[in-house]
Write a protein that binds this ligand. Structure first.
Ligand code: SAH
Ligand code: SF4
Ligand code: F3S
Length: 454
């Protein structure tokens, strides 16, 4: 594992027994990045990471509550830890992240073996909170209602060695009617431009090649600080010489604009990948979702992108079974995705989140209806993804080598600039982090297979 800010770590007594921690992370990249900051803080007080739950002195579960299915899974995991606590009463179990922010002290009632509940705005306080648990041997709750404008920087231990996440802003002001995120992540706060640039340069110095700029709605970057907007940020990041590729997520279609598209078109490092969650292809549903755009607007946006950058990949998120979605309105979504031709789509069953406006809307749909629609939507999208990928057969594409294929150690795995996974037979000359050319021979729905061009 690579570490940064190593100078902030305390020197360990070589003779003291090792103390281990584990983090288990659910949810989005923002949570993954938070876990890296949690790990960095524990490392700074002498703990080492271990996958082995049995030997851990601290277990942190970094949680997500975007859908009920995520919550159920997490409660199941928390339940499993009871056994470990029974064997080792000194074990510290901490629940962090979005579900902790939402459920607070209710978590102690549901699972009395938990020691610490820490909200999304308290991530930087982990060291002092762990000390509090150790000293008090009681329950510690740290959930701030609101964030400080920007949390102080803390040491980070990165999970990868090639690709790294860099948050550019926190929170969301959009309040889409189905979504819990604005309630658990607070209002939009942008990081200063220079902080972001410095972090990326340091990552480049440490060998990272690909940077993903993170935010719930990256296009809103700078609206609160007025220092620079998202296009200015992209332009500045593109000039950093020691990284190869820049990605960003997630864009809100309403806030994507001509200036951003132009910066991407003329940039060298910003990848031609546009993740633009449409959520529904029906204007009636989009309005109920409070998404702030129409299908007509969105079609024009896609047209604008494809005119400027013909090779751009366009991907999306879709929710099926939003309250009031009739068969006809669902058909509109099917027609819509066929007309746009997405490279890929992440599809979700609508999940009722209490406290959001959609949770109390009339005409909530039965699970069976949602499931049937999801199947049809996925099947339609798979056909489109396969067809678009097939067009790459015979083409040579630039791939960043990420590592060995998980299923076959004789093969490498990497990604195109458009974020498609590529697998190829090992030749022995490639190295992790290198940019190589691969000729695509076979396209599948979710991956491309090819041979190295030397
Ligand atoms: N800020 C990002 C990501 C939000 S969460 C964005 O706006 O795109 C990621 C995805 O989860 C969303 O795009 C949406 O498709 C899905 N999602 C959010 N709330 C949901 C809910 N209540 N039920 C089902 N899917 C949901
Ligand atoms: Fe949720 Fe909408 Fe904000 Fe995305 S933009 S996090 S879907 S409220
Ligand atoms: Fe989940 Fe929180 Fe991300 S609810 S999707 S982990 S912002």
């Amino acid at each position: 594992m690579k570490t940064e800010s190593d100078n902030t770590y305390s020197t360990l007594d070589q003779n003291s027994p090792k103390k281990f921690f584990t983090t288990i992370t659910y949810g989005c990249q923002m949570n993954e990045n938070d876990s890296e900051r949690l790990s960095g803080q524990l490392k700074s007080i002498g703990y080492e990471y271990s996958d082995n739950l049995e030997e851990a002195a601290i277990i942190l579960i970094n949680t997500c509550c975007v859908r009920e299915s995520a919550e159920k899974k997490i409660y199941g995991k928390i339940g499993e830890l009871k056994r470990l606590k029974a064997v080792n009463p000194n074990l510290i179990i901490g629940i962090t992240g979005c579900m902790a922010q939402k459920d607070r002290d209710k978590l102690f009632k549901k699972a009395p073996h938990i020691d610490l509940v820490m909200g999304t705005h308290n991530v930087h306080q982990l060291v002092e909170l762990i000390k509090e648990v150790e000293e008090s041997k009681g329950k510690v709750l740290a959930v701030w209602e609101q964030a400080e404008r920007l949390a102080p920087n803390v040491p980070t231990v990165r999970k990868g060695q090639i690709a790294a996440w860099v948050p550019i802003m926190y929170g969301c002001n959009n309040f889409c009617t189905y979504c819990i995120v604005p309630y658990v992540r607070g209002r939009e706060r942008s990081r200063p431009l220079q902080d972001i640039i410095d972090e990326i340069k340091q990552l480049g110095d440490n060998g990272f090649k690909e940077i993903t700029l993170l935010g719930q709605n990256v296009n809103s970057y700078g609206k609160d600080s007025q220092e620079a907007d998202f296009a200015d940020l992209l332009q500045a990041v593109d000039k950093i010489t020691n990284v190869e590729r820049i990605r960003y997520m997630t864009s809100h279609p309403r806030d994507m604009n001509a200036k951003v598209i132009e910066v991407i078109r003329t940039s060298k490092k910003i990848c031609e990948q546009f993740h633009l969650p449409i959520q529904s292809g029906s204007d009636t549903i989009l309005k109920k979702m409070n998404r702030g755009y129409t299908t007509q607007y969105y079609r024009e946006l896609v047209q604008q992108i494809r005119t400027a950058i013909p090779d751009a990949a366009i991907t999306t998120d879709l929710i099926v079974g939003f309250p009031g979605e009739t068969d006809e309105l669902f058909e509109e979504t099917l027609e819509f995705i066929k007309s746009i031709q997405y490279d890929a789509a992440y599809t979700f069953l609508y999940s009722q989140r209490s406290g959001t406006p959609a949770a109390t809307m009339p005409d909530q749909l039965p699970l069976a209806v949602k499931k049937e629609r999801l199947q049809r939507l996925m099947a339609a999208q798979n056909d489109i993804s396969l067809e678009l990928n097939k067009r790459l057969e015979g083409c040579t594409v630039e791939v960043l080598v990420e590592g060995l294929s998980k299923t076959d150690q004789n093969k490498w795995m990497g990604r195109t600039r458009t974020n498609k996974i590529v697998i190829w037979e090992k030749r022995g000359t490639e190295q992790v982090g290198q940019l190589v050319q691969v000729n695509i021979s076979t396209a599948q729905t979710w991956l491309l297979k090819g041979t190295l061009v030397e």
